[in-house]
Design a protein around this ligand. Structure first.
Ligand SMILES: Nc1nc2c(c(=O)[nH]1)N[C@@H](CN(C=O)c1ccc(C(=O)N[C@@H](CCC(=O)O)C(=O)O)cc1)CN2
Length: 290
């Protein structure tokens, strides 16, 4: 038996359709659209693609986009001034600062300047604290998107052994918190974890976010496990028999015959990040409107 493929593009399009309906209702009630301001500092090619995708997605669901670009040598003061301006702008319901920032700027410090009610990335200290305490709030987009995919796949989370490989603020830590809220038994594994393979092999739900192409091999996977691949690694050319040069952190061809369900790369977790951002922007607008 081989795995069911969890189609992130399809689930993301369902989320986008729900958001479009919600935005239309918001416009009807308030006579204005929710607004999302994106900030891109520098000219990192991948970040520019992601920000472009976010702006395009806003337009498609009726959210007003504000696309702010600063040069790669922008000063801390310039970025602080922009965030403060957007915090005060009533047309802006949500603000996100695309990560990573250039090395001279501190992503944690800058993100944390975003007003709590506009923190649609869910990355400020306040949002992270609310998540850790189990209080309602805006949740980081990729982990929230993964929960939606797991629910779509019918994964049983309560009581499940969940292993998250990766401990970033952007993904691993909030992912673990969301799984804990769903009563999973959660392990966060990382580069210093002893016998990572054995830890991974315990998982009913295995989530890989390590940033190393195809590191998770088929033998690491418990038969029937749900495998979520958060990695996006661009190879010089597509692997044999594939059209895309993007691969995940999981060796898909080895995992597919062992897993019960698995996300592909591309077309798995990635599309959920932007869909969830749209949902968070609508949620933020609704909360601000009272
Ligand atoms: N402030 C933030 N910065 C970053 C975040 C974030 O959530 N907030 N996440 C990532 C990048 N990211 C969004 O910003 C993102 C990554 C991947 C995708 C996506 O749709 N991937 C596609 C493949 C696209 C390609 O061809 O490269 C897929 O997996 O199918 C969307 C958004 C880091 N920074």
């Amino acid at each position: 038996m081989s795995a069911t493929i969890i189609d992130g593009k399809q689930v993301a399009s369902e989320v986008r359709a729900e958001v479009a309906t919600g935005v239309a209702a918001f416009v009807e009630r308030h006579g204005r659209a929710p607004g999302l301001a994106t900030i891109l500092v520098g000219d990192d090619a991948a970040s520019a693609v992601y920000v472009g995708g976010k702006q395009k997605a806003c337009a498609e669901v009726g959210i007003q986009g504000f696309d702010h670009r600063l040069p790669g040598d922008a000063t801390r003061e310039q970025l602080v001034a922009l965030i403060e301006q957007l915090n005060a702008d009533e047309r802006v319901s949500g603000i996100l600062c695309q990560l990573p920032l250039p090395g001279h700027l501190d992503g944690v410090e800058m993100t944390n300047l975003i007003a709590a009610e506009k923190d649609v990335d869910g990355l400020t200290v306040g949002s992270a604290g609310r998540l850790a305490l189990g209080l309602p709030g805006l949740r980081p987009c990729t982990p929230a998107g993964v929960i939606r995919l797991l629910d779509h796949a019918g994964a049983q989370l309560s009581g499940a052994e969940a292993v998250v490989i990766g401990r970033s603020n952007l993904f691993g830590k909030p992912m673990a918190q969301l799984l804990l809220q769903r009563n999973a038994t959660v392990t966060i594994a990382h580069s210093r974890t002893r016998d990572l393979e054995a830890v991974a092999a315990r998982a009913d739900v295995l989530i890989a976010a390590v940033g190393r192409a195809e590191m998770v091999r088929g033998r690491w996977i418990k038969p029937g496990a749900t495998v979520i691949d958060v990695g996006i690694n661009r190879l010089a050319e597509p692997p044999a028999g594939r059209r895309s040069s993007l691969v995940g952190d999981v060796c898909f061809d080895e995992a597919f015959p062992v897993a019960g369900a698995i996300t592909p790369v591309p077309g798995g977790v990635g599309p959920m990040t932007i869909a969830q951002l749209l949902a968070n922007t609508l949620q933020a607008a609704e909360l601000q409107a009272g």
